[in-house]
Design a protein around this ligand. Sequence first.
Ligand code: NAP
Ligand code: ZN
Ligand code: ZN
Length: 352
Amino acid sequence: MKTKQIKAFGTEAADLDLEQLDIKRREVMPKDVEIDILYCGVCHSDLHFARNDWGFSTYPAVPGHEIVGKVIKVGEKVTKHKAGDLVAVGCMVDSCRTCNSCKNDLEQYCSEWVGTYMGHDKYLDSPTFGGYSESIVVDEHFVLKVPTNLDLSAVAPILCAGITTWSPLRHWKVGKGTKMAVVGLGGLGHMAIKLAHALGANVTLFSRSENKIQDALDLGTDQVVISTDEEQMAKVQGQFDFILDTVPCIHDINPYVGALHSSGTLVLVGYLGPLENPVLNTMPMVMGRKTVAGSLIGGIAETQELLDFCGKHNITPDIEMIKMQDINEAYERMLKSDVHYRFVIDMASLKN
Ligand code: NAP
Ligand code: ZN
Ligand code: ZN
């Protein structure tokens, strides 16, 4: 297969900084779309991947799965997109297309789904490389249309932070009359607040950071509870129908199970792995028919639904634009929860 060499930003090992490197993209095949990447959001998963937090990263690692750009070229069988279109790619670039999950627009639960990074490109027999790069080649099924009324530089985080919070909000039918809460005000958390507010829910934020209270209110939160304040936590026990937990590391979820009322659901989207310290007490779950669940990004149709919803309601993430060369510093700030509220890379900085 013919390939093309392009510039990217990535790392050769978990303990090294990201730096410029060259990667190969496949030449456009009949169903492929080649995209000139204009902007790429910076997800906390990018950092987990680069630093091997999950234990299964491969190197070189090129992160980035919040991609917005312009179509440069399409294969002869492409019908959805054409050169010049503004398009987006999220966390997936392929799946089997035939299993029940794929047939039901839930490609993210296909056992063969291919991540935009950390996946396996079967055509090149190589790892997939993400959006910290000049361009990408993706099957048209996984390429989304960007509403033209939105500020393009701010659209990228919808592709992961947006869909990862939207999918559970829709699945658990959050809307008018729902009293819900978000845990953690970062990239995912701030999108969860905007979207739940737009759906008409009453939204509380659980945050450790007193300095984020005003921002949370401006984003559409009705109430902020400082999660490290026992008195404030005690006051909201038994209050919520639904809680979306975006915390990226091991933490105690028992207080949030306690904050659900009977039949309520706590959905974890942040931390991946065993949560055993402290152990999860099933007593309040059994006594109150409560659910602790998880959720992974969202399907392609649902991502397009979200982009269209954001277009209709004029919703864009709050972003801080950075240059590609600032990525290592941005990761350090993300670890300090000092992001307001998503970094987006201006990819012109890589090309020039
Ligand atoms: P982020 O921007 O870093 O935000 C995470 C927020 O969690 C922080 O702003 C902070 O909020 C809170 N937090 C951080 N450390 C904490 C700690 N030790 N204890 C309690 N709270 C803490 O990260 P993100 O990009 O939103 O991603 C969040 C997580 O979701 C990551 O682990 C990422 O890998 C995961 N993720 C999952 C999916 C999925 O499909 N399930 C998709 C995308 C991302 P406060 O300052 O307000 O406390
Ligand atoms: Zn992500
Ligand atoms: Zn499948």
